[in-house]
Ligand binder design. Structure first.
Ligand SMILES: O[C@H]1CN[C@@H](c2nc(-c3ccc(C(F)(F)F)cc3)no2)C1
Length: 328
């Protein structure tokens, strides 16, 4: 079979939320191709942490089973995190169903998760080797579902300030222009990692980038790239400055931003629209804006939602490859 759900952007496209039915309870969750735990807000949490969220209640599920003695502890790139205990239940994502999916029940969550009241947890879609459950590591929803799917793939169709979709088991070719360009994925680190050795600012010349690796990460809001890419890109933007106080590069909100093209697998230059790189104003007057492309110290670049808003992406675990094409 296959399963398709909406991906609805939060204010400012900070994250995209999708409905997941767990033991008959619908939870709006953040699908994250950069991690491998499925965890939920639930009634074990302190009342102050539960406030404003939809909280999974094991007592209301007739299919939930505790995995006695199992725990999880996860932390994310921005320092946020969650921890708790674990059970299994039936998970249905748009019709794609897994009967015994590990459901990680947070007993503690960091403040930024509590404040993000629209999100009721995460669905990790990276490789199961990154799952944090102990003593026995658990599989992701996609890993559990893939043998029953018509194809061992899922796709991300994320749209700027508009409702998009995640689909499991099928590739909807009406959603992208032309055909997908495929790149080999190196699964060693547990991410959807591929070679990305060149970049191009606007119509300029292609330049090499150190390290030349990137991951496709739907759970990261921005595009975090090598400092050389950031410098080359914003050198083309009048008034761009590295603003320590706000923690990254800002520029005048009325800037005409160039596109940024990044190499995917050595045979496709993914064009990220300049307009999408104007992420959000940092001041009340809306005169100074924060860039959607920012620097990361590591050589492993993180292509997050800023890229997904320009590119339809297919994640293929059949032959461990990633496919991209501009949105239709
Ligand atoms: O760890 C890497 C794996 N993918 C990236 C990711 N980051 C988050 C995240 C979501 C929500 C929040 C909060 F609500 F603001 F707390 C924080 C972080 N989800 O995936 C980074």
């Amino acid at each position: 079979g296959s399963g398709k759900v909406t991906a609805t952007p939060e204010q400012g496209d900070v994250e995209f939320l999708s409905p997941v039915i767990i033991g008959g309870q619908t939870m709006n969750m953040d699908f994250d191709s950069g991690s491998s735990d499925l965890w939920v807000f639930n009634t074990q949490l302190a009342a102050a942490s539960q406030a404003g969220h939809t909280n999974f209640d094991v007592a209301k599920s007739t299919t939930f089973k505790m995995l006695t003695g199992s725990t999880f502890t996860i932390s994310y790139g921005d320092g946020s995190g969650a921890a708790g205990n674990v059970g299994t239940d039936t998970v249905n994502i748009g019709g794609a169903t897994v009967t015994s999916q590990a459901i990680e029940l947070a007993t503690a969550v960091s403040a930024s998760f509590v404040q993000d009241t629209q999100s009721n947890g995460l669905v990790g879609l990276a490789f199961s080797k990154l799952n944090t459950v102990k003593p026995a590591q658990q599989k992701t929803f996609f890993d559990n579902a893939k043998d029953t799917l018509a194809m061992p793939v899922f796709t991300a169709d994320l749209r700027k300030a508009a409702v998009g979709a995640y689909e499991f088991g099928a590739i909807d070719s009406t959603k992208f222009n032309g055909s997908l360009s495929w790149a080999a994925v190196n699964t060693t680190s547990g991410f959807w990692q591929f070679s990305s050795q060149k970049f191009q600012v606007g119509t300029g010349t292609a330049m090499n980038v150190a390290g030349g690796q990137a991951i496709a990460d739907t759970g990261t809001t921005l595009m975090l790239v090598n400092a050389a890419v950031v410098n080359a890109y914003y050198s083309q933007v009048t008034g761009a400055v590295n603003n320590q106080t706000v923690g990254g590069v800002t520029f005048p909100c009325n800037s005409q931003l160039p596109d940024l093209s990044v190499d995917v697998g050595g045979n496709y230059m993914a064009v990220v629209r300049g307009d999408d790189i104007n992420f959000a104003p940092v001041d009340q007057a809306g005169t100074t804006c924060f860039g959607g492309v920012q620097a990361i110290a590591s050589n492993l670049q993180i292509y997050g939602d800023i890229m997904f808003k320009s590119q339809f992406v297919a994640f293929n675990n059949g032959n461990n490859s990633i496919g991209m094409a501009p949105h239709q």
